[in-house]
Design a protein around this ligand. Structure first.
Ligand code: NAD
Length: 356
């Protein structure tokens, strides 16, 4: 058991975020990891107080601790502020999103054993937030440049992909494969249609792959075909490298293959900072009901423990979660059970305490 004390920023978020974070804090304490939490608030709830959903003290805290555990934060659709989650990744240059998806015995998934890791570029693509409203001067200029290919008065989103960011994420994917003893990286694009943007992503990924020849296998797949392949033969895939938007979509698909969003953890990694969060959103309809599945955030916390070099505790936590799922007595509704968020958390704590 690690004796070191860690300082970690905690962003409880909104919706189901605070109740899930509460459970994770209790579980980590039971795992014997010593963490001093620096709790800070972000999201719609703080706009009135600070004039922004992402106050500077939140970023300052992470720049100090270099590690954060984050609950989900709601993003208003269509209007209002842009995503705090996206802004956080951009401000801290958390360029790599790591989303492991593996199946657990006891969940009765209709799919064969799955163990894939999606590595998603986190800073570019249609997530860059370069958008022009229909009828705006900029949109009209681009419509004119489209030489008849863009309908008049269209709204426009720009999809930037750079060689620099692609090289960085491709290297991350191959290094991840090496250090985690994985065998293959599959690069996913729509380069047959988006020849310049996805084409560049593929060209750079290919170049990076040559440095790992003979060590890590490399292959390519178009994103539409990848969706089909993942549903038909997911066991064929290992590490999957994607630009931002496809990464977002396919990580939900992969979560669906292994039991749903409540089972999908995530890590946003930068050169100096890391933010760990579940792949799912704030699930507003479950807020305050003690119904949300805590597994995704618990598994995100296990990734955080690996990062903090608390590997023993991380492994014990993963085994405790796997035991609870295998036994099937304390599962939340999305996994076919009747337990609440807290009850599933207590069950994990019981296993951890026994494994001490
Ligand atoms: P969501 O992930 O919140 O919910 C999708 C579905 O999954 C819902 O049916 C929900 O009830 C279920 N679900 C989600 N988490 C669950 C859990 N832990 N246990 C059981 N069921 C769970 O996605 P959404 O409804 O599209 O988004 C809600 C809000 O969250 C939006 O404002 C969105 O922008 C935001 N969001 C935030 C993040 C983040 O903070 N990183 C990520 C995705 C979405």
């Amino acid at each position: 058991m690690g004796r070191k004390q860690h300082r970690v920023t905690l962003i409880p978020g909104d919706g189901t975020g605070p109740e899930l974070c509460g459970v994770v804090k209790d579980v980590l304490r039971a795992a014997g990891v010593r963490i001093v939490w620096d709790a800070v608030e972000a999201g719609g709830g703080v706009v009135e107080k600070y004039g922004t959903p992402l106050p500077s003290h939140v970023l300052d805290s992470i720049r100090r601790t270099h590690v954060a555990l984050k609950g989900p934060i709601t993003t208003p659709i269509g209007t209002g502020f842009r995503s705090v989650n996206v802004a956080l990744r951009r401000e801290l240059d958390l360029y790599a999103s790591v989303r492991p998806c593996r199946s657990y015995v006891g969940l009765g998934s209709r799919y064969r054993p799955i163990d894939v890791v999606l590595i998603r570029e986190n800073t570019e693509d249609l997530y860059a937030g370069v958008e022009f409203a229909a009828g705006s001067r900029e949109a009209e200029q681009i419509v004119a440049m489209g030489a008849g290919k863009i309908a008049a008065h269209s709204a426009i989103s720009i999809k930037p992909i750079s060689a620099k960011a692609t090289k960085r994420i491709a290297r991350y994917a191959f290094e991840f494969a090496l250090t985690h003893k994985r065998r293959k990286v599959t690069a996913v694009t729509k380069a047959n249609i988006m020849k310049f943007t996805d084409g560049l992503f593929l060209e750079v990924a290919r170049k990076v792959a040559t440095s790992y020849e003979g060590t890590i296998e490399y292959e390519e797949c178009l994103v539409d075909s990848m969706c089909l392949q993942l549903v038909q033969q997911p066991e064929f895939y290992d590490v999957i490298l994607l630009p931002n938007l496809y990464g977002d979509i396919l990580s939900d698909l992969c979560a669906g293959l292994v039991g749903g969003l409540g089972m999908a953890p995530g890590a946003n990694m930068g050169e100096s900072d890391a933010v760990f969060e579940a792949a799912h959103g704030s699930a507003p309809s479950l807020k305050g009901l003690n119904k949300a599945n805590p597994t995704a955030l618990l598994l995100s916390a296990a990734l955080m423990l690996d990062h903090l070099d608390e590997r023993n505790a991380a492994q014990r936590l993963r085994e405790a979660i796997a035991d609870v799922i295998r036994e099937g007595k304390a599962l939340t509704f999305d996994l076919g059970g009747t337990a609440g968020t807290c009850e599933m958390g207590y069950a994990v704590i019981e296993k951890l305490v026994r494994s001490c």
